[in-house]
Design a protein around this ligand. Structure first.
Ligand code: EPZ
Length: 424
């Protein structure tokens, strides 16, 4: 029996007040996978209470690793793996499960990881992960939907990614730390989550240079040891709340947020009429009451994040005038367009380019979540669409936002969670 919840939102007052940003989903998931690299106890704090964290814990358990979670702290006791298989039923629900490939190969010389398949908005290939492992000396066969990987030992290599990939950079880094010799990754991802993973690996005894740049050098070591970690703030949750403050014409202060991770978004918010002030661990947004149309094009960090594209689209629906949104990272990440149109948005789409004719108003209607960030976009639109908006299938949003309806309610939003149906 699966609970299918929905959010019921009535538009209303501007958001006002303070919100604490949770730990980053996309930082904690690779760190959890990295605990496979050394036996022992790990204490990780500021861990968000998310469905994806639970899924990664289930993933580790299926490999024989035990973890316990309470009050945003995760304790993992890593020991010898009893299995080397990442099964399809887990990988299909969370692509980040593929992060176990590198550590399993590095530590045990074998892994059998299901291909992730697609997601709501299209194919999500892992060819760069596979190429990287092959360059490190792994033998890889793809059969029956699984990546079968073996390596007597991994050898350092020169790896240049044609496309900057967060996941492939993280996976290759976790494989290379125990390889013989030096690995150089060119065109490495520079996202804060990958920087955090690299720092965690160094705390575990890895030797990594060039952290935060697009050229990472890793000198393999014989073994690593456990380490503790504190998860960095979730920059996409922070960005989502900044847009919420602006779209509702409110004044919101974020705590435990890192403005340095959001420079592109903050610039665009200022261009669209929001006043943004940053302090030590805080970011404040104060709307000018007007939303100006501002074009965005997503790119790799530190450019405008693709994970904020859907949320930006909701904001542009409230602007007076036209704006253009181009997603250069995922050319088909536009499942939210059809749902926003149900709320009265005027959006035309041509491949990966959307033109939004902002009318400054939306009207409430029942809509459906299709993926994590599309759901966030619908919540933002629901906060300002006249009348009532029901958003179904909020299990998507529970993957990546910790108690978002409670945080929004505390800021004055009229939003609550209802049981929609029980599905057998
Ligand atoms: C990470 O996904 C994030 N997920 C995504 O956030 C985010 O959208 C994405 O990075 C881009 O920033 C996690 O960190 C768990 P990529 P990842 O490899 O690693 C192509 C969210 O909402 N590519 O950087 O899977 C790929 O198709 C999620 O929190 C290949 O072609 O993304 C895309 O066009 C959604 N081959 C581009 O690279 C590969 O082997 C960037 O993907 C891998 C990727």
């Amino acid at each position: 029996m699966i609970r299918m919840d929905k959010f019921v939102i009535h538009s209303g007052r501007p958001l006002k007040g303070h919100v604490v940003i949770s730990g980053s989903k996309n930082a904690v998931l690779p760190i959890m996978a990295a605990t496979l690299l050394a036996d022992g106890a790990y204490e990780i704090d500021n861990v968000p209470d998310l469905r994806d964290v639970k899924t990664m814990s289930k993933m580790l358990l299926s490999l024989g690793q035990h973890s316990e979670y309470s009050q945003n702290r995760l304790r993992i006791v890593s020991g010898k793996c009893t299995s080397f298989q990442a099964p399809y039923d887990l990988v299909k629900t969370m692509r980040a499960s593929v992060y176990v490939l590198g550590p399993l190969l590095a530590r045990y010389g074998q892994a059998c990881v299901s291909l992730p398949g697609g997601c709501a908005w299209g194919p999500r290939p892992v060819d760069l992960h596979i190429d990287g492992m092959r360059k490190l000396g792994a033998k890889i066969d793809i059969k029956e939907g699984y990546i079968h990987a073996h390596a007597k030992s991994l050898k350092g290599a020169q790896i240049a990614f044609d496309v900057s990939s967060v996941g492939a950079t993280g996976n290759v880094m976790m494989a290379a730390v125990l390889a013989d010799g030096q690995t150089v990754i060119e065109n490495a991802a520079r996202e804060p989550e990958i920087v955090a993973l690299a720092h965690f690996l160094v705390k575990m005894g890895a030797r990594i240079e060039g952290i935060g740049t697009d050229r990472i050098e890793i000198d393999g070591v014989d073994s690593l040891h456990p380490a503790d970690a504190s998860v960095i703030p979730d920059r996409i949750e922070a960005g989502t709340f900044l847009v919420a403050g602006h779209i509702t014409g409110g004044t919101v202060t974020l705590h435990h947020a890192d403005a340095g991770h959001l420079t592109a978004l903050i610039q665009k918010l200022r261009d669209s009429g929001a006043k943004i002030e940053t302090g030590n661990g805080t970011i404040s947004v104060q709307s000018s009451g007007r939303v100006f149309p501002v074009d965005i094009t997503t790119s790799v960090y530190p450019g405008f994040p693709t994970d904020m594209q859907a949320q930006w689209m909701a904001l542009m629906c409230m602007a007076r005038g036209s704006s253009v949104i181009t997603d250069e990272i995922y050319l088909d990440r536009f499942m939210h367009v059809a749902e926003l149109r149900r709320l009265g948005a005027h959006i035309s789409l041509d491949h990966n380019v959307a033109v939004i004719k902002g009318s400054g108003q939306l009207s409430g209607a029942p809509v459906m979540s299709t993926d994590l960030r599309a759901s966030a976009s619908l919540i933002l639109a629901g906060l300002v669409a006249k009348g009532r908006t029901d958003i179904s299938r909020v299990y998507h949003i529970d993957r990546g936002y910790e108690g978002i309806e409670r945080k929004l309610e505390a800021l004055g939003a009229n939003i609550h969670r209802e049981l929609e149906e029980l599905v057998t």
